[in-house]
Design a protein around this ligand. Structure first.
Ligand SMILES: [Zn+2]
Length: 586
């Protein structure tokens, strides 16, 4: 019979148990002294070893050859039959599938019978919090007066759901999440004993993904071994995990930090491979936290992180690129958005919000862009000024010269149509129309006669659909008129093309009312025609109106485009406030 890695390498005696020293110590002492309890409640995260330890307890209380420290021999008929699940005195019940009173009644009848061969009958009820109320009541009666020959071991991931009356009759033994290094060590040993070579990076990727569950780690290892024999690489592990692990996030973080289109492209790919917004946020949260620790406490902080050497050096080098305030903001955003992600907030939206955060006024990217845009020439079109990522504030010191890198796959400029360059247009959208920016970030442009063709990757049809919504077409039309001197502009994705044409009568503002009327619009539609030239006030042209109006617009855009999600964006550097700048309800 084939046994899974997890079963084959399941600890059989106390000394083999990984990382639950306190629980093991206590149980051994009690059993060795012959004063074991008649009811235990094992609580802790899944995969932390509760049922494994319950079986070892069953062996220990029944083993005729256990040593004076409570360790069962593991070899006598009793130990062997318990290990193989054939011992009639050890009864395992899954509380999730046997939740009713009938099962517990049956159990009560069974309990009154004497053990078949051992000294104790051991009942292991897993997921005990799933029992129904009548079942709990029946169980309670048994626990009130347990026969001397019975040991109950109740296991649960959610002890607070176990009635207090039951809990108070049990000895409660908490299990903790197995630390990352312990999981790494265990799967390293298991692979070695299976004769499998596994890359160090792959080992860490699995361990991290297991989130403290040794069972999960071993089953991932098993999958990796099945596909990757005789050696397992990081690539294979990534394939199994579906992307979005620590190494993927590390790979894309620099692009995200710099607001480069590469970030959007890379993450879109991961989302298509099944990365969920939840996983994305959790992973990023930890990554930002680690970098913040490095920023705050330098080497001492880095040493304290549960990371391997390579991950440490990544965190070390990243910490030089981040400001503490930006990291706090990123952490805030991740933790505030995570609950929404659990209810289906899309990964793209989260990504857009993050990009918005890093491209926001005062961010590193913003400062670089401002340098790039300086100085603005007199004859420049208002749209360019308004849509551009910003104008140098008067009170701000000039920045040292920064080399601005062109994002990968630099689009071809259309020289014959004048001033326009698609890449610039896309960069400008980041400040002005975030959803469209996200949609266009992975687009490329080519010249086709007098026409500018904007091409969306075929696998990103959603980006194309988003860009061709009436509002966005109107926006693009204004770009066409301002930046490309009215040349024709076409959006293409696979075999579909859409011509960008003149905006409807009444201009773009006529589109500002949402057709569904769902979202009241405090500001009239798009900024392109609003296009106020930079004011000469101390705030410069970057911010319009009072503080967060522009941000509010972006939020509205995201909200409309992605069907109303609730989020709060906060910009602590913004004028006058720790008040949330934008809030939108479902
Ligand atoms: Zn034994």
């Amino acid at each position: 019979m084939y046994l899974s890695l997890y079963r084959r390498h399941r600890p059989g005696v106390f000394s083999e148990v990984v990382a639950q020293e306190a629980a093991v110590h206590l149980l051994r002492r009690e059993i060795a002294s012959g004063k074991n309890s008649h009811a235990y409640l094992f609580s802790g995260p899944r995969g932390s070893g509760k049922t494994t330890l319950a079986r070892i307890v069953a062996k220990a209380v029944n083993c005729p050859d256990r040593d004076e420290e409570g360790e069962p021999c593991g070899q006598c008929p009793s130990c062997v039959s318990i290990a193989s699940g054939d011992n009639l005195d050890v009864i395992e019940i899954d509380g999730a599938s046997n939740r009713g009173i009938d099962e517990i009644r049956e159990l009560k009848e069974h309990i009154s019978l004497a053990p078949f061969s051992g000294r104790f009958k051991v009942y292991i009820i897993d997921e005990v919090h799933m029992l129904t109320e009548p079942a709990f009541n029946a169980l309670l009666k048994t626990l009130e007066e347990p026969p001397r020959t019975v040991v109950f071991i109740l296991a649960t991931t959610e002890p607070h759901k176990v009635p207090a009356t039951i809990r108070s009759r049990c000895q409660h033994i908490p299990f903790h999440r197995i630390p990352l290094p312990a999981i790494v060590e265990t799967i390293r040993k298991v692979s070695a004993s299976e004769g499998v070579h596994i890359e160090e990076k792959a080992l860490w990727e699995i361990a991290r993904e297991s989130d403290g569950s040794l069972r999960d780690a071993l089953s991932m290892l098993e999958q990796a071994v099945t596909t990757g024999l005789p050696s397992v690489s990081l690539e294979e592990v990534r394939g199994i995990l579906g992307g979005g692990g620590r190494s993927d996030l590390e790979r894309l973080l620099p692009a995200l930090r710099d607001g480069s289109p590469e970030a959007f492209r890379g993450f879109s790919e991961l989302f298509q491979r099944g990365l969920t917004a939840e996983r994305f946020l959790e992973g990023l949260f930890l990554l930002f936290r680690d970098i913040l620790v490095a920023v705050l406490w330098k080497e001492e902080g880095i040493d304290s992180l549960p990371l391997n050497e390579e991950e440490r050096s990544f965190v070390r080098s990243e910490s030089g690129h981040w400001r503490e305030s930006d990291l706090w903001k990123a952490l805030d955003l991740c933790s505030a958005t995570l609950p929404r992600a659990r209810y289906g907030l899309k990964g793209d939206v989260v990504l857009g919000m993050l990009l918005g955060l890093f491209l926001a006024p005062g961010s590193k990217r913003d400062r670089i862009e401002r340098k790039k845009e300086e100085p603005l020439s007199e004859g420049e079109s208002p749209a360019k000024k308004a849509a551009g990522p910003g104008v140098m504030k008067k009170d701000e010191e000039p920045l040292p010269s920064v080399r601005v890198e062109t994002p990968g796959d630099a689009p071809t400029p259309i020289t014959s149509t004048g001033a326009g360059d698609w890449g610039d247009c896309v960069a400008a959208m980041a400040a002005d129309n975030l959803p469209l920016y996200c949609a266009c970030a992975s687009s490329t442009s080519r010249k086709d006669g007098d026409s500018l063709v904007v091409v969306f990757p075929e696998e990103q049809r959603f980006s194309f659909e988003l860009a061709t919504s009436p509002r966005n077409l109107a926006y693009l039309d204004s770009i066409r008129l301002d930046r490309f001197q009215g040349a024709t502009m076409e959006l293409a994705c696979g075999d579909r093309t859409v011509l960008v044409e003149r905006a409807p009568e009444g201009g773009i503002d006529s589109l500002s009312v949402d057709p569904a009327g769902a979202v009241p619009s405090p500001s009239a539609g798009f900024r392109v025609t609003a296009a106020a030239p930079p004011t000469s006030g101390p705030e410069g042209g970057r911010r319009e109106g009072k503080g967060g109006e522009k941000r509010q617009d972006r939020l509205m855009e995201i909200q409309k485009t992605f069907n109303a999600e609730l989020y709060v964006l906060r910009d602590e550097t913004a004028e006058g406030s720790d008040e949330p700048e934008g809030e939108a309800a479902e």
